[in-house]
Design a protein around this ligand. Structure first.
Ligand SMILES: NC(=O)c1ccc[n+]([C@@H]2O[C@H](COP(=O)([O-])OP(=O)(O)OC[C@H]3O[C@@H](n4cnc5c(N)ncnc54)[C@H](O)[C@@H]3O)[C@@H](O)[C@H]2O)c1
Length: 411
Protein backbone atom coordinates (compact mmCIF):
# COMPACT_ATOMS: atom_id res chain seq x y z
CA UNK A 1 0.00 0.00 0.00
CA UNK A 2 1.40 3.41 -0.97
CA UNK A 3 1.67 6.30 1.48
CA UNK A 4 0.08 9.55 0.22
CA UNK A 5 0.32 13.10 1.55
CA UNK A 6 -1.86 15.94 0.26
CA UNK A 7 -0.83 19.60 0.16
CA UNK A 8 -3.71 22.05 -0.33
CA UNK A 9 -6.80 21.17 1.69
CA UNK A 10 -9.27 23.50 -0.06
CA UNK A 11 -12.32 22.49 -2.08
CA UNK A 12 -10.61 20.28 -4.64
CA UNK A 13 -8.12 18.68 -2.26
CA UNK A 14 -10.76 17.77 0.29
CA UNK A 15 -13.77 16.73 -1.81
CA UNK A 16 -12.12 15.24 -4.88
CA UNK A 17 -9.18 13.48 -3.29
CA UNK A 18 -9.06 13.27 0.50
CA UNK A 19 -12.67 12.14 1.05
CA UNK A 20 -12.62 9.50 -1.75
CA UNK A 21 -9.15 8.31 -0.69
CA UNK A 22 -10.53 7.50 2.74
CA UNK A 23 -13.98 6.29 1.68
CA UNK A 24 -13.18 4.33 -1.50
CA UNK A 25 -9.49 3.54 -1.70
CA UNK A 26 -8.67 2.39 1.82
CA UNK A 27 -7.34 -0.89 0.39
CA UNK A 28 -4.61 0.79 -1.69
CA UNK A 29 -4.16 4.33 -0.35
CA UNK A 30 -2.69 5.15 3.03
CA UNK A 31 -3.37 8.85 3.64
CA UNK A 32 -0.57 9.68 6.08
CA UNK A 33 -0.79 13.48 6.40
CA UNK A 34 -2.17 16.70 4.97
CA UNK A 35 -0.69 20.19 4.72
CA UNK A 36 -2.01 23.67 4.02
CA UNK A 37 -0.72 27.19 4.56
CA UNK A 38 -3.87 27.63 6.64
CA UNK A 39 -3.54 25.39 9.71
CA UNK A 40 -7.23 25.63 10.58
CA UNK A 41 -8.25 24.41 7.14
CA UNK A 42 -5.73 21.57 7.34
CA UNK A 43 -7.17 20.52 10.72
CA UNK A 44 -10.74 20.72 9.39
CA UNK A 45 -9.90 17.65 7.25
CA UNK A 46 -10.02 15.38 10.31
CA UNK A 47 -13.38 16.80 11.40
CA UNK A 48 -14.79 16.43 7.89
CA UNK A 49 -13.73 12.85 7.26
CA UNK A 50 -14.34 11.70 10.82
CA UNK A 51 -10.87 10.34 11.50
CA UNK A 52 -7.65 11.90 12.72
CA UNK A 53 -5.12 12.79 10.01
CA UNK A 54 -1.89 14.59 10.97
CA UNK A 55 -2.23 18.20 9.74
CA UNK A 56 0.77 20.41 8.95
CA UNK A 57 1.55 23.95 7.85
CA UNK A 58 5.23 23.02 7.36
CA UNK A 59 5.55 20.90 4.21
CA UNK A 60 9.20 19.89 4.80
CA UNK A 61 8.37 18.69 8.28
CA UNK A 62 5.46 16.65 6.93
CA UNK A 63 7.78 14.93 4.43
CA UNK A 64 10.39 14.20 7.12
CA UNK A 65 7.83 12.83 9.58
CA UNK A 66 5.84 10.65 7.16
CA UNK A 67 8.07 9.90 4.16
CA UNK A 68 5.19 9.58 1.69
CA UNK A 69 5.60 7.66 -1.56
CA UNK A 70 3.35 10.11 -3.39
CA UNK A 71 2.52 13.78 -2.80
CA UNK A 72 -0.73 15.11 -4.22
CA UNK A 73 -0.61 18.84 -4.94
CA UNK A 74 -3.93 20.71 -4.78
CA UNK A 75 -2.87 24.19 -3.64
CA UNK A 76 -3.54 27.39 -5.46
CA UNK A 77 -1.92 27.18 -8.89
CA UNK A 78 1.14 29.41 -8.40
CA UNK A 79 2.43 27.14 -5.60
CA UNK A 80 2.23 23.84 -7.48
CA UNK A 81 5.83 24.14 -8.67
CA UNK A 82 7.23 24.77 -5.20
CA UNK A 83 5.70 21.58 -3.83
CA UNK A 84 6.27 19.47 -6.93
CA UNK A 85 9.98 20.30 -6.89
CA UNK A 86 10.38 19.76 -3.12
CA UNK A 87 8.52 16.45 -3.25
CA UNK A 88 10.54 15.15 -6.22
CA UNK A 89 13.80 16.13 -4.52
CA UNK A 90 12.70 14.36 -1.35
CA UNK A 91 12.18 11.17 -3.38
CA UNK A 92 8.43 11.15 -3.92
CA UNK A 93 6.34 10.78 -7.04
CA UNK A 94 3.88 13.60 -7.54
CA UNK A 95 0.28 13.93 -8.68
CA UNK A 96 -0.46 17.57 -9.47
CA UNK A 97 -3.79 19.16 -10.19
CA UNK A 98 -3.99 21.17 -13.37
CA UNK A 99 -2.50 23.56 -14.31
CA UNK A 100 0.94 22.01 -13.78
CA UNK A 101 2.17 25.51 -12.95
CA UNK A 102 1.67 29.11 -14.10
CA UNK A 103 4.91 30.45 -15.60
CA UNK A 104 7.59 29.36 -18.07
CA UNK A 105 10.31 29.56 -15.37
CA UNK A 106 8.42 27.32 -12.96
CA UNK A 107 7.55 24.92 -15.78
CA UNK A 108 11.27 24.63 -16.60
CA UNK A 109 12.15 23.85 -12.97
CA UNK A 110 9.57 21.04 -12.85
CA UNK A 111 10.84 19.43 -16.06
CA UNK A 112 14.48 19.75 -14.93
CA UNK A 113 13.80 18.32 -11.47
CA UNK A 114 11.78 15.41 -12.79
CA UNK A 115 14.64 14.55 -15.13
CA UNK A 116 17.29 14.97 -12.42
CA UNK A 117 15.52 12.93 -9.73
CA UNK A 118 13.98 10.21 -11.87
CA UNK A 119 10.71 10.53 -9.95
CA UNK A 120 7.49 11.03 -11.82
CA UNK A 121 4.93 13.80 -12.09
CA UNK A 122 1.38 13.05 -13.27
CA UNK A 123 -0.90 15.96 -14.13
CA UNK A 124 -4.59 15.36 -13.58
CA UNK A 125 -6.61 16.34 -16.62
CA UNK A 126 -10.00 14.98 -15.68
CA UNK A 127 -11.61 16.11 -18.95
CA UNK A 128 -9.73 13.28 -20.67
CA UNK A 129 -12.00 10.95 -18.67
CA UNK A 130 -15.36 12.48 -19.56
CA UNK A 131 -17.39 9.95 -21.54
CA UNK A 132 -18.25 12.46 -24.24
CA UNK A 133 -14.64 13.36 -24.96
CA UNK A 134 -13.53 9.75 -24.68
CA UNK A 135 -16.00 8.92 -27.48
CA UNK A 136 -14.70 11.79 -29.66
CA UNK A 137 -11.14 10.59 -29.06
CA UNK A 138 -12.06 7.02 -30.09
CA UNK A 139 -13.72 8.27 -33.28
CA UNK A 140 -10.71 10.42 -34.20
CA UNK A 141 -8.32 7.54 -33.43
CA UNK A 142 -10.44 5.28 -35.67
CA UNK A 143 -9.73 7.71 -38.53
CA UNK A 144 -13.21 9.18 -38.91
CA UNK A 145 -11.85 12.65 -39.74
CA UNK A 146 -8.70 11.66 -41.62
CA UNK A 147 -5.93 14.27 -41.26
CA UNK A 148 -6.85 17.05 -38.85
CA UNK A 149 -6.90 20.37 -40.68
CA UNK A 150 -8.48 22.92 -38.35
CA UNK A 151 -10.30 23.35 -35.04
CA UNK A 152 -12.82 25.92 -33.89
CA UNK A 153 -13.36 25.74 -30.16
CA UNK A 154 -15.54 27.95 -27.99
CA UNK A 155 -15.90 27.58 -24.23
CA UNK A 156 -18.70 29.45 -22.47
CA UNK A 157 -18.90 29.90 -18.70
CA UNK A 158 -22.18 31.28 -17.41
CA UNK A 159 -22.35 34.11 -14.88
CA UNK A 160 -22.52 31.69 -11.95
CA UNK A 161 -19.57 29.51 -12.95
CA UNK A 162 -17.67 32.36 -14.61
CA UNK A 163 -18.16 34.72 -11.67
CA UNK A 164 -16.79 32.09 -9.27
CA UNK A 165 -13.29 32.74 -10.65
CA UNK A 166 -13.63 36.48 -10.05
CA UNK A 167 -14.47 36.11 -6.34
CA UNK A 168 -11.30 34.27 -5.42
CA UNK A 169 -7.51 34.09 -5.89
CA UNK A 170 -7.98 33.06 -9.53
CA UNK A 171 -8.79 36.66 -10.49
CA UNK A 172 -5.24 37.80 -9.69
CA UNK A 173 -2.80 36.91 -12.45
CA UNK A 174 0.06 36.21 -10.06
CA UNK A 175 -1.97 33.41 -8.43
CA UNK A 176 -3.49 31.68 -11.44
CA UNK A 177 -1.63 32.90 -14.51
CA UNK A 178 -5.10 34.16 -15.61
CA UNK A 179 -7.96 32.06 -16.97
CA UNK A 180 -5.75 31.29 -19.99
CA UNK A 181 -3.70 29.11 -17.65
CA UNK A 182 -6.06 28.22 -14.82
CA UNK A 183 -9.11 27.33 -16.90
CA UNK A 184 -7.96 27.02 -20.50
CA UNK A 185 -5.26 24.49 -19.55
CA UNK A 186 -8.16 21.97 -19.54
CA UNK A 187 -9.26 23.02 -23.01
CA UNK A 188 -5.81 23.24 -24.55
CA UNK A 189 -4.92 19.84 -23.15
CA UNK A 190 -8.17 18.43 -24.48
CA UNK A 191 -7.40 19.54 -28.04
CA UNK A 192 -3.71 18.53 -27.86
CA UNK A 193 -4.88 15.10 -26.67
CA UNK A 194 -7.83 14.70 -29.07
CA UNK A 195 -5.84 15.53 -32.20
CA UNK A 196 -2.59 14.00 -30.91
CA UNK A 197 -0.51 17.04 -31.80
CA UNK A 198 1.56 19.73 -30.12
CA UNK A 199 1.25 23.52 -30.35
CA UNK A 200 3.98 25.55 -32.03
CA UNK A 201 2.88 29.17 -32.29
CA UNK A 202 0.24 31.32 -30.56
CA UNK A 203 -1.38 34.70 -31.08
CA UNK A 204 -3.88 36.10 -28.57
CA UNK A 205 -6.15 38.97 -27.60
CA UNK A 206 -8.03 39.46 -24.35
CA UNK A 207 -10.25 41.95 -22.61
CA UNK A 208 -12.04 42.40 -19.29
CA UNK A 209 -15.22 44.42 -19.51
CA UNK A 210 -17.75 42.41 -17.50
CA UNK A 211 -16.10 41.91 -14.07
CA UNK A 212 -13.57 43.98 -12.15
CA UNK A 213 -12.98 47.65 -11.48
CA UNK A 214 -14.84 50.31 -13.40
CA UNK A 215 -17.80 48.11 -14.36
CA UNK A 216 -20.22 48.91 -11.52
CA UNK A 217 -20.55 51.69 -8.94
CA UNK A 218 -22.58 49.54 -6.50
CA UNK A 219 -19.93 47.28 -5.08
CA UNK A 220 -18.31 46.40 -1.78
CA UNK A 221 -15.22 44.59 -0.53
CA UNK A 222 -17.06 41.30 -0.12
CA UNK A 223 -20.57 39.84 -0.16
CA UNK A 224 -20.69 39.26 3.62
CA UNK A 225 -20.55 42.97 4.45
CA UNK A 226 -21.85 44.47 1.22
CA UNK A 227 -24.59 47.11 1.40
CA UNK A 228 -25.81 46.03 -2.06
CA UNK A 229 -26.39 42.37 -1.19
CA UNK A 230 -30.18 42.64 -1.63
CA UNK A 231 -29.90 43.87 -5.21
CA UNK A 232 -26.68 42.33 -6.52
CA UNK A 233 -27.18 39.25 -8.71
CA UNK A 234 -23.69 38.06 -7.75
CA UNK A 235 -24.42 37.98 -4.01
CA UNK A 236 -23.24 34.77 -2.41
CA UNK A 237 -24.08 33.95 1.21
CA UNK A 238 -20.83 32.49 2.51
CA UNK A 239 -22.52 31.54 5.78
CA UNK A 240 -25.02 29.16 4.19
CA UNK A 241 -23.41 28.25 0.84
CA UNK A 242 -22.77 24.54 0.31
CA UNK A 243 -24.76 23.57 3.43
CA UNK A 244 -22.45 25.53 5.70
CA UNK A 245 -19.25 23.94 4.42
CA UNK A 246 -18.07 27.24 2.92
CA UNK A 247 -18.30 28.91 6.33
CA UNK A 248 -16.37 26.17 8.09
CA UNK A 249 -13.66 25.87 5.46
CA UNK A 250 -13.15 29.51 4.61
CA UNK A 251 -14.97 32.13 6.71
CA UNK A 252 -14.02 30.50 10.02
CA UNK A 253 -10.39 30.14 8.85
CA UNK A 254 -9.89 33.67 7.50
CA UNK A 255 -7.99 34.97 10.51
CA UNK A 256 -5.06 32.67 9.63
CA UNK A 257 -4.34 33.78 6.06
CA UNK A 258 -6.85 36.46 5.03
CA UNK A 259 -8.24 34.32 2.21
CA UNK A 260 -11.60 35.97 1.45
CA UNK A 261 -13.77 33.48 -0.41
CA UNK A 262 -16.65 35.87 -1.25
CA UNK A 263 -14.76 38.89 -2.57
CA UNK A 264 -16.64 41.32 -4.81
CA UNK A 265 -16.53 40.34 -8.49
CA UNK A 266 -16.07 44.05 -9.25
CA UNK A 267 -12.98 44.37 -7.05
CA UNK A 268 -10.05 46.65 -7.94
CA UNK A 269 -7.65 43.73 -7.41
CA UNK A 270 -8.90 41.81 -10.45
CA UNK A 271 -6.33 41.88 -13.24
CA UNK A 272 -7.27 38.96 -15.51
CA UNK A 273 -9.29 38.89 -18.73
CA UNK A 274 -12.91 37.72 -18.87
CA UNK A 275 -12.92 37.25 -22.68
CA UNK A 276 -10.04 35.80 -24.66
CA UNK A 277 -9.46 34.92 -28.28
CA UNK A 278 -6.49 32.70 -29.16
CA UNK A 279 -5.07 31.31 -32.40
CA UNK A 280 -2.79 28.29 -32.33
CA UNK A 281 -0.70 26.65 -35.03
CA UNK A 282 0.07 22.96 -34.48
CA UNK A 283 3.19 20.96 -35.39
CA UNK A 284 1.43 18.69 -37.91
CA UNK A 285 -0.14 21.72 -39.63
CA UNK A 286 -3.59 22.12 -38.04
CA UNK A 287 -4.72 25.56 -36.89
CA UNK A 288 -7.11 26.36 -34.02
CA UNK A 289 -9.23 29.35 -33.16
CA UNK A 290 -10.25 29.25 -29.49
CA UNK A 291 -12.26 31.56 -27.29
CA UNK A 292 -13.20 31.60 -23.62
CA UNK A 293 -16.07 33.71 -22.35
CA UNK A 294 -16.57 33.98 -18.58
CA UNK A 295 -19.89 35.87 -18.69
CA UNK A 296 -22.13 33.85 -21.01
CA UNK A 297 -25.93 33.72 -20.45
CA UNK A 298 -25.60 29.93 -20.57
CA UNK A 299 -22.95 27.27 -19.96
CA UNK A 300 -21.71 25.38 -23.02
CA UNK A 301 -18.79 24.22 -25.11
CA UNK A 302 -18.86 24.20 -28.92
CA UNK A 303 -16.21 22.29 -30.81
CA UNK A 304 -15.70 21.85 -34.53
CA UNK A 305 -12.91 19.71 -35.96
CA UNK A 306 -12.38 19.78 -39.73
CA UNK A 307 -10.50 16.87 -41.23
CA UNK A 308 -9.56 15.60 -44.68
CA UNK A 309 -12.51 13.14 -44.53
CA UNK A 310 -15.14 15.50 -43.13
CA UNK A 311 -16.23 17.68 -40.27
CA UNK A 312 -17.20 16.87 -36.69
CA UNK A 313 -19.42 19.26 -34.76
CA UNK A 314 -19.88 18.74 -31.03
CA UNK A 315 -21.54 20.78 -28.33
CA UNK A 316 -23.02 20.58 -24.86
CA UNK A 317 -25.75 23.17 -25.33
CA UNK A 318 -28.45 23.11 -22.65
CA UNK A 319 -26.86 20.24 -20.80
CA UNK A 320 -27.06 17.72 -23.65
CA UNK A 321 -24.11 16.09 -25.39
CA UNK A 322 -24.51 16.43 -29.16
CA UNK A 323 -22.23 15.51 -31.99
CA UNK A 324 -22.55 15.18 -35.75
CA UNK A 325 -20.26 14.14 -38.57
CA UNK A 326 -20.51 15.50 -42.11
CA UNK A 327 -18.74 13.51 -44.81
CA UNK A 328 -17.17 15.07 -47.93
CA UNK A 329 -20.49 14.82 -49.75
CA UNK A 330 -22.06 17.01 -47.08
CA UNK A 331 -24.18 14.17 -45.67
CA UNK A 332 -24.76 14.12 -41.94
CA UNK A 333 -23.84 10.65 -40.67
CA UNK A 334 -25.40 9.34 -37.47
CA UNK A 335 -22.72 8.33 -35.01
CA UNK A 336 -23.06 5.77 -32.27
CA UNK A 337 -24.15 7.78 -29.26
CA UNK A 338 -24.03 5.03 -26.67
CA UNK A 339 -21.75 5.74 -23.73
CA UNK A 340 -21.56 9.51 -24.18
CA UNK A 341 -23.79 10.39 -21.22
CA UNK A 342 -22.22 11.79 -18.08
CA UNK A 343 -21.90 9.29 -15.23
CA UNK A 344 -22.41 9.86 -11.50
CA UNK A 345 -19.48 11.45 -9.65
CA UNK A 346 -17.62 14.73 -10.05
CA UNK A 347 -17.36 16.27 -13.53
CA UNK A 348 -19.72 13.78 -15.19
CA UNK A 349 -17.98 10.70 -13.84
CA UNK A 350 -14.55 11.89 -14.94
CA UNK A 351 -13.23 12.31 -11.40
CA UNK A 352 -13.98 8.74 -10.25
CA UNK A 353 -12.46 7.34 -13.46
CA UNK A 354 -9.37 9.50 -13.02
CA UNK A 355 -9.01 8.45 -9.37
CA UNK A 356 -9.24 4.75 -10.26
CA UNK A 357 -6.33 5.22 -12.65
CA UNK A 358 -4.33 7.29 -10.17
CA UNK A 359 -4.81 5.11 -7.12
CA UNK A 360 -5.43 1.60 -8.43
CA UNK A 361 -3.02 1.95 -11.31
CA UNK A 362 -3.65 1.08 -14.91
CA UNK A 363 -2.34 -1.91 -16.81
CA UNK A 364 -2.71 -0.26 -20.18
CA UNK A 365 -3.68 3.24 -21.22
CA UNK A 366 -4.79 2.84 -24.85
CA UNK A 367 -6.20 6.38 -25.12
CA UNK A 368 -3.25 7.98 -23.25
CA UNK A 369 -5.48 9.52 -20.62
CA UNK A 370 -2.74 9.76 -18.00
CA UNK A 371 -0.86 13.00 -18.61
CA UNK A 372 2.84 13.55 -17.97
CA UNK A 373 4.93 16.73 -17.60
CA UNK A 374 5.20 17.11 -21.37
CA UNK A 375 1.40 17.20 -21.72
CA UNK A 376 1.24 19.52 -18.70
CA UNK A 377 3.79 21.83 -20.32
CA UNK A 378 2.10 21.81 -23.75
CA UNK A 379 -1.27 22.83 -22.33
CA UNK A 380 0.03 25.64 -20.12
CA UNK A 381 2.46 26.40 -22.94
CA UNK A 382 -0.42 27.74 -25.03
CA UNK A 383 -1.62 29.86 -22.10
CA UNK A 384 1.88 31.16 -21.31
CA UNK A 385 2.43 32.03 -24.97
CA UNK A 386 -1.01 33.68 -25.14
CA UNK A 387 -0.24 35.83 -22.08
CA UNK A 388 3.09 36.82 -23.65
CA UNK A 389 1.42 37.50 -26.98
CA UNK A 390 -1.04 39.93 -25.36
CA UNK A 391 1.69 41.62 -23.32
CA UNK A 392 4.14 42.02 -26.19
CA UNK A 393 1.59 42.38 -29.02
CA UNK A 394 3.12 39.67 -31.19
CA UNK A 395 2.86 35.99 -32.08
CA UNK A 396 4.84 33.74 -29.70
CA UNK A 397 6.54 30.40 -30.39
CA UNK A 398 6.45 27.78 -27.64
CA UNK A 399 10.07 26.97 -28.52
CA UNK A 400 10.99 30.36 -27.00
CA UNK A 401 10.51 28.88 -23.53
CA UNK A 402 10.20 25.10 -24.06
CA UNK A 403 12.77 24.66 -26.83
CA UNK A 404 15.61 23.67 -24.46
CA UNK A 405 13.57 20.70 -23.25
CA UNK A 406 11.79 19.74 -26.45
CA UNK A 407 14.18 20.69 -29.30
CA UNK A 408 11.83 19.25 -31.92
CA UNK A 409 9.43 22.14 -31.12
CA UNK A 410 11.16 24.25 -33.76
CA UNK A 411 9.73 27.40 -35.30
N1 LIG B 1 -9.54 19.47 -12.34
C1 LIG B 1 -10.56 20.15 -11.86
O1 LIG B 1 -11.68 19.97 -12.29
C2 LIG B 1 -10.31 21.16 -10.76
C3 LIG B 1 -11.40 21.73 -10.10
C4 LIG B 1 -11.14 22.65 -9.09
C5 LIG B 1 -9.84 22.98 -8.77
N2 LIG B 1 -8.81 22.40 -9.43
C6 LIG B 1 -7.42 22.74 -9.08
O2 LIG B 1 -7.20 22.37 -7.72
C7 LIG B 1 -6.37 23.32 -7.07
C8 LIG B 1 -7.07 23.84 -5.82
O3 LIG B 1 -8.24 24.53 -6.21
P1 LIG B 1 -9.45 24.72 -5.17
O4 LIG B 1 -10.65 24.98 -5.97
O5 LIG B 1 -9.43 23.61 -4.18
O6 LIG B 1 -9.02 26.08 -4.45
P2 LIG B 1 -9.25 26.47 -2.92
O7 LIG B 1 -9.01 27.91 -2.83
O8 LIG B 1 -10.54 25.91 -2.45
O9 LIG B 1 -8.09 25.68 -2.17
C9 LIG B 1 -6.74 26.01 -2.33
C10 LIG B 1 -6.01 25.64 -1.06
O10 LIG B 1 -4.61 25.89 -1.24
C11 LIG B 1 -4.13 26.42 -0.02
N3 LIG B 1 -2.89 27.15 -0.24
C12 LIG B 1 -2.74 28.36 -0.84
N4 LIG B 1 -1.43 28.71 -0.84
C13 LIG B 1 -0.76 27.68 -0.26
C14 LIG B 1 0.60 27.45 0.02
N5 LIG B 1 1.56 28.34 -0.30
N6 LIG B 1 0.94 26.31 0.64
C15 LIG B 1 -0.01 25.40 0.99
N7 LIG B 1 -1.32 25.56 0.75
C16 LIG B 1 -1.69 26.70 0.12
C17 LIG B 1 -5.26 27.32 0.47
O11 LIG B 1 -5.12 27.65 1.84
C18 LIG B 1 -6.46 26.47 0.16
O12 LIG B 1 -6.79 25.62 1.22
C19 LIG B 1 -6.05 24.39 -8.09
O13 LIG B 1 -4.81 24.15 -8.66
C20 LIG B 1 -7.13 24.24 -9.14
O14 LIG B 1 -6.69 24.61 -10.42
C21 LIG B 1 -9.03 21.49 -10.40
Amino acid sequence: MKKYAVVGTGGRGLESYIVPMVENYGDCVDLVAVCDINGKRAKYVSEHIGREVPAYTDFDQMLKDHKPDVVLVTTKDCFHEKYIVKALEFGCDVISEKPMTTTAEMCARIIETEKKTGHKVTVTFNMRFMNFFVRLKELINEGLLGDILSIHFEWLLDTSHGASYFRRWHSVRENSGSLLIHKSTHHFDLINWLIDDEPVKVNAFGTRRFYGAGVREERGERCLTCQHKKTCEYYMNIETEDQGRMKKMFLDCEDEDGYIRDRCVFSDEIDIEDSVSVNVKYAKGAVMSYSLTAHSPYECMKLVINGSKGRMEADTAFGKENFKFYNREGECINLDRTHVKPLPGGHGGADPALRDNLFRGYSSDPLHQMADTRAGAMSIGIGIAANKSMLEDRAVYLSEFLGDFYPELKK
